[in-house]
Design a protein around this ligand. Structure first.
Ligand code: 13P
Ligand code: SF4
Length: 303
């Protein structure tokens, strides 16, 4: 890594009193310099609790927005302004209002992969780490789950007492994976003690072949708990950096089709330095959307 960038980064971080948070799907050069690397749930908790004045959110737009909603007194920077999430764009506030009219008795659960405006229309948020817990916590028997149909279907399967109306959204990265590709990857994995670990944004027929389903952080923790030595990992390949670092003695395989999120790969070390130097692009959420979205996020965080 370029020492000049590292030097500038260290100086700027100190000068700005900044904290660098990175999602597990980020480029390894970004994960290497981050103060914390985590899943969506961990990043929102850290953003809410951080004492620093500036948060550099190395992830996608909805993650920076969540930080801005939870920590309005801080400056939130997203080093690549165009790093979005196609899944989050599959729901709009108008559509949520329409679904509420269609299912008036249903509570609305918004996956954190949604815009601030959509969160503001929702009763509670969830992440892939706590979707089941969130569903169970609701007093309502009927729920609208948006925007990810696969995570919604998985959570609903774990809480069968609820009627869950699934939004027809999907993550283009995880949804493309097919069951046959999982079987092929499992066959190619060395050894007989192979465990398949999947992110719940994969299709139900893919999850049917998984030994464990969980968020990126939960997948990483499961490798540590498991006695198996070989793992087939069904999520974005950025997790490999942390997996190799934590478990050098274990072996990781991925499906032949690389699951790579182009938006997650938009941030480079150079862009982080530039963002801190120029103090932009800043992500903020205006009132009254911020307060309404905050209610839904805080209801989740309080569980
Ligand atoms: P996590 O909630 O597991 O961090 O996943 C976020 C995401 O964007 C998955 O595609
Ligand atoms: Fe969005 Fe999918 Fe990329 Fe996650 S992996 S940020 S859900 S497009």
């Amino acid at each position: 890594m370029d020492d000049v960038y590292l030097q500038s980064l260290a100086e700027l971080k100190k000068e700005r009193n900044a904290l660098i948070l990175a999602h597990i799907y980020q480029n390894s050069e970004v994960q290497e310099i981050a103060d914390h690397v985590g899943d969506s749930l961990a990043l929102s908790r850290l953003a809410a609790e951080a004492p620093e004045d500036v948060i550099v959110l190395c992830g996608v737009h909805f993650m920076a927005e969540s930080a801005a909603i939870l920590a309005p007194e801080k400056t939130v920077l997203l080093p690549a302004a165009d790093a979005g999430c196609p899944l989050a764009e599959m729901a709009t506030p108008e559509m949520v209002r329409e679904w509420r009219r269609k299912y008036p008795r249903a509570a609305v659960v918004a996956y954190i992969n949604s815009s601030a405006a959509v969160k503001a229309e929702s009763d509670i948020c969830c992440t892939s780490a706590n979707a089941v817990q969130v569903l169970r916590s609701l007093p309502d028997e009927e729920v609208i789950f948006l925007p990810d149909q696969n995570l919604g279907a998985y959570a609903a399967s774990q809480v069968p007492e609820k009627t869950v109306h699934l939004w027809p959204g999907h993550c283009p990265v995880h949804h493309q994976l097919e069951a046959g590709e999982v079987l092929a990857a499992k066959k190619l994995a060395p050894g007989s003690d192979v465990e398949v670990l999947a992110h719940p944004e994969c299709r139900p027929e893919v999850l049917a072949h998984a030994d464990f389903v969980g968020s990126t952080t939960r997948i990483i923790e499961e490798v540590g708990r498991s006695k198996a030595r070989h793992f087939v990992i069904l999520t974005e390949k950025g997790v490999l950096y942390e997996l190799k670092k934590r478990y050098p003695e274990k072996h990781f395989s991925f499906p032949a089709r690389d699951l790579l999120c182009p938006d997650m790969k938009k941030i480079s070390l150079q862009q982080i330095v530039t963002a801190l130097r120029e103090m932009k692009p800043v992500i903020s959420v205006a009132e009254p959307v911020r307060s309404r979205a905050r209610r839904a996020l805080e209801r989740m965080l309080s569980l």
